[in-house]
Ligand binder design. Structure first.
Ligand code: ADP
Length: 309
C-alpha cells in the first residue's frame, strides 16, 4: 500500500473559441504538482501551497480538498490525507488554475487508493471543486486536465465527455496579461439568451473546428476559431484585446480567442516560427501600457494528469 504519491495535472485552455463550456485542451509545461500523503485519521489537511500567494488553506475553501472530499464521500471511505500543492499558474488566469488543483487531487487520490474509479468518472469529482471556484460545475477545464488532449463535453446531465483527435504539429501561443479575472465574475456578465442567427454561426464554427482538428485541416481550424456569443462580452474585461487579436492574426495566427474566462488569450499556429513574432508583439503592446505579460508557446499535452513519483 502506497503511503504517498506525487502527481502533475496540466493547465488548460477552455471554451476554445466557439465551444463555451464544452471544449478544452491541455497545455504542456504549466500546471499543478501535488503530493498526497495518507494520514492516520480521516482529516483532509492542506499542509502547504507553494508558488502562488493567497490561496485558501481551509479544506472547505480549496478546490483540491473539496474535490477529494466528493470522491471519498462517493466511495464511502474515511481516509484522511495531507496535501502539498505546488502551483505555477496564478488563480483567475483563465488557464484553469483551480481545475489543475482539483484534477491533480482526485487523480492522486484515485491512484493511491488503487484506482477504484476510471478516468472519466474522476471528472465528476473534480467538477465539485470547480463548482466552488466559479459557482458552476463546469467540466471543460478538468476534463482535459485529467484526460489530456482536446476534450468535448457533449452533455452535462448525464455527463458525457470524450477526446477529439488533433494534429500533433498544432501549437498554441498563450498570452497572459498579469491581471486577475475571476471566472465567477466573467460568468455574471454573460446574457442568458442567445440570438438564433448567432447560434447558427456558433454551431457552424463548432462543426468546422472539430472537423478541422480531426482532418488536420489547419485552414479550417483557423477560420472556425470564432466566437460570436461570448467573446464580444468578455473581451471588454481584457485590456487591448482587439489590438492583440489583430496583431496575432497579422503575424500568422490561425484564429485567436479568449482562454477560459480570460485574461489569458490564445491562438493556434502551424509553424513554430510565428510564435516569436506574436510573443514580441504582445510584449510591445502591453509594455507600452506598463502591463506585465507572460507569453509562451506550447504543444497540446497528450497525457493529462500523471504520476511523477
Ligand atoms: P482559474 O480559471 O485560473 O482557475 P477561477 O476564477 O476559476 O480561475 O478560480 C480561482 C478561484 O478558485 C479563486 O477564488 C481561488 O481562491 C479559488 N481556489 C480555491 N482553491 C484553489 C486552488 N487550489 N488553486 C487555484 N484556485 C483556487
Amino acid at each position: 500500500m502506497r503511503e504517498s504519491i506525487k502527481v502533475f495535472a496540466p493547465a488548460t485552455v477552455a471554451n476554445v473559441g466557439c465551444g463555451y463550456d464544452v471544449l478544452g485542451f491541455a497545455l504542456e509545461g504549466y500546471g499543478d504538482e501535488l503530493i498526497l500523503t495518507r494520514r492516520p485519521d480521516d482529516r483532509l489537511v492542506i499542509a502547504s501551497i507553494e508558488g502562488v500567494q493567497g490561496l485558501p488553506l481551509d479544506p472547505l475553501k480549496n478546490v483540491s480538498t473539496v474535490a477529494i472530499n466528493a470522491f471519498l464521500t462517493d466511495l464511502d471511505l474515511k481516509q484522511g490525507f495531507d496535501l502539498r500543492i505546488k502551483k505555477n499558474i496564478a488563480a483567475g488566469s483563465g488557464l484553469g488554475s483551480s481545475a489543475s488543483s482539483a484534477a491533480a487531487a482526485v487523480y492522486a487520490a484515485n491512484e493511491i487508493l488503487g484506482r477504484p474509479k476510471g478516468q472519466l468518472e474522476l471528472i465528476n469529482y473534480a467538477m465539485a471543486g470547480e463548482k466552488l471556484a466559479s459557482t458552476k460545475a463546469h467540466a471543460d477545464n478538468v476534463a482535459p486536465s485529467i484526460l489530456g488532449g482536446v476534450t468535448a463535453v457533449r452533455s452535462y446531465e448525464p455527463l458525457d465527455v470524450f477526446n477529439i483527435s488533433y494534429p500533433e504539429s498544432l501549437k498554441v501561443v498563450v498570452i497572459f496579461p498579469q491581471i486577475e479575472i475571476k471566472t465567477s465574475d466573467a460568468k455574471k456578465i454573460l446574457r442568458d439568451e442567445v440570438k438564433l442567427t448567432d447560434a447558427v454561426k456558433q454551431w457552424g464554427n463548432m462543426a468546422g473546428l472539430i472537423s478541422g482538428l480531426i482532418e488536420h485541416d489547419f485552414e479550417r481550424i483557423g477560420k472556425s476559431l470564432q466566437d460570436v456569443i461570448v467573446e464580444p462580452v468578455r473581451s471588454i474585461l481584457i485590456p487591448f484585446y482587439h489590438q492583440m487579436k489583430t496583431l496575432a492574426l497579422e503575424k500568422g495566427a490561425l484564429g485567436f480567442s479568449i482562454s477560459g474566462s480570460g485574461p489569458s488569450m490564445f491562438c493556434f499556429i502551424k509553424e513554430e516560427g510565428a510564435s516569436s513574432e506574436i510573443i514580441e508583439a504582445a510584449q510591445v503592446l502591453y509594455g507600452a501600457y506598463e502591463i506585465e505579460v507572460i507569453s509562451f508557446i506550447s504543444g497540446i499535452n497528450k497525457q493529462g494528469a500523471k504520476i511523477i513519483e
